[in-house]
Design a protein around this ligand. Sequence first.
Ligand code: UT7
Length: 331
Amino acid sequence: MSKITAAITAVGKYLPEYKLTNAELETKVNTNDEWIVSRTGIKERRILKEKGKGTSFMAINAANDLIKKINLDPKEIELVIVATATPDMQAASTSAFVATKIGATEAFSFDQIAACSSFLYGMSTASSYIESGRYKKVLLIGADMNSSMIDYTDRATCIIFGDGAGAVLFEPNTNGLGLQDEYLRSDGNGREFLKVEAGGSILPASEETIKNGQHFVYQDGRTVFKFAVSNMADVSEKILHRNSLTIDDVTWLAPHQANKRIIDAVANRINLDPSKIMLNIEKYGNTTSATLPLLLNDYESRLKKGDTIIFTAFGGGFTWGSIYMKWAYNN
Ligand code: UT7
């Protein structure tokens, strides 16, 4: 019997309609379009404005987009993983709500939380369930409502983040396509540099934490930038070397979309031709867990069966890693 690999067989997405442009940000904080574009590559981001709607709303819509595209019976889905850094609520699983709302009534579900690496790690988790032969249809959704934890008076963070969701379906493949290798890492020494300080178990919400703005994202941008470049380049080099791939063997680099300068620096360090970089940061900013599946959605029509894709991400924690995948279908 040939070995079972885990392949992505369909993708779907959801983006809120509201576009927060650099021009609008100029009216909120002391910044300008030229600075934002030259320092980050971002022109606009999507923001979920409707009251009472959160991460699950976008996750459900992304999943339904996928389900509709391939005419999938949601009852066939056995596991739903929601990769996110902004769950709907504490304690109640976001994925359980999502699974029920999309009609995946035969599935179990859980949230996977690893900051901006949530989706990358989720690809590893979803694939393991498929490779083991335990399940045949695993739905992985990356969804984040970053606007729920951004201070729109802080120019260091409000220009970067956006909201969105993307979904992928993992299924078994016996032709050697799908996930080939992974190199995942974490380093807890990094948690001071990118965090939401309050609202968790070490600093529960109080009048004080609200007054101090400790429920907003704090980032030491320069430090995170430095670690993001060196660590994403290191793991990408490592995975190429370990699989005897040269840079010419790579069809696409699918990097986490946090800053175009980070992406360019990583590509430069591994000597990758810039035309092979998947990029959509200009339209959506950093959507945390949604960046990688949104790239797959935006590039789906250009992907060909057998393409070699190197995914890489870096995020709070610190968490990071790289995944080598052979694309499994023509669109
Ligand atoms: O997804 C999770 C991982 N996150 C990341 O990977 C993000 C990593 N970090 C970054 O992307 C960048 O560090 C930022 C985009 C956050 C900032 O860019 P930078 O080139 O590192 O800027 P900086 O913080 O070194 O600031 C340079 C200057 C400073 O002014 P002085 O001190 O040189 O006078 C800032 O005060 O730019 C100023 N500045 C701004 N100016 C206009 C900072 N933010 C802004 C702004 N508009 N929004």
